[in-house]
Design a protein around this ligand. Structure first.
Ligand code: ZN
Ligand code: FE
Length: 256
């Protein structure tokens, strides 16, 4: 069993702030705090204290809570070295391959540009937990706000290459809307239809659709399937390179 206890705190309209608690050391990391107050309350209710703040990219809905959390707990803040100046209170600028200790557990930094140019993800290799920020959503991916389609496609492939049973803690609850788009481009995908039904039922019960797994995303998420011949052919894009297929469906999603 993993020594990491992960909790999702829903904030704003559709963000999740993830708490990762190491039961051995008592250390707790908080990923992308969109807000301070509700996260601090949730942490105190659990009897925890935030020691690490892990930032994936400097959008306000991932960083606005940082100053209050630093003030409340004296937490240390990690973010991409290249975004250093844009992340409030950032203590540690990190890059691809850097390792961050959380008690006995280790988060590895993965550079996954696309949504923003310097976007990073945090991956706990031992425990198979992935925090991809706004790079990968369940049944979707982040919009291109700085990076290119080519960069995003290669970032998504990099995440897809991690072990299939990796649990994916995305930063937003977008899955239901993503399912509608996914079905529009991949209507005959039986795994996707099953996942869409599951997602709808979870949301009707007010439950989160996360974490997902990389296995499920590889089978169901159209943005991870741009190099699958049958999928490309079904879109009449059989002759195109995977990154061109990606660019095309990302464009369609932007106007869906
Ligand atoms: Zn963002
Ligand atoms: Fe976001």
């Amino acid at each position: 069993m993993s020594n990491l206890d992960v909790r999702m705190v829903p904030v704003l309209s559709d963000n999740y702030v993830h708490l990762i608690h190491d039961t051995f050391s008592g250390k707790t990391a908080c990923v992308d705090p969109a807000v301070g107050g509700p996260v601090i309350d949730a942490v105190r209710d659990l009897g925890w204290e935030i020691s690490h703040v892990l930032i994936t990219h400097p959008h306000y809905d991932h960083t606005d809570g940082v100053p209050d959390i630093v003030e409340a707990f004296g937490a240390e803040v990690y973010g991409s070295r290249r975004d250093y100046g844009q992340i409030p209170k950032c203590d540690h600028g990190v890059m691809q391959g850097d390792l961050i200790e959380l008690g006995k557990s280790i988060a590895k930094v993965l550079e996954v540009p696309g949504h923003t140019v310097h976007h990073i993800a945090y991956y706990f290799e031992q425990e198979r937990l992935l925090f991809p920020g706004d790079t990968l959503f369940s049944l979707g991916c982040g919009r291109l706000f700085g990076g290119t389609a080519e960069q995003m496609w290669s970032s998504l492939k990099k995440l897809r290459a991690l072990p299939a049973d990796t649990q994916v803690y995305c930063a937003h609850e977008y899955t239901n809307a993503n399912a509608d788009f996914a079905l529009s481009v991949d209507p005959d995908n039986a795994d996707l239809k099953a996942r869409a039904d599951e997602v709808q039922s979870l949301r009707e019960q007010g439950l989160p659709t996360l974490p997902s797994t990389l296995d499920s995303e590889a089978r169901c998420n159209p943005f991870l399937r741009c190099d699958i011949p049958a999928f490309k052919a079904s879109l009449d894009l059989g002759e195109r390179e995977a990154e061109q297929v990606f660019a095309e469906i990302r464009r369609r999603k932007d106007h869906f």
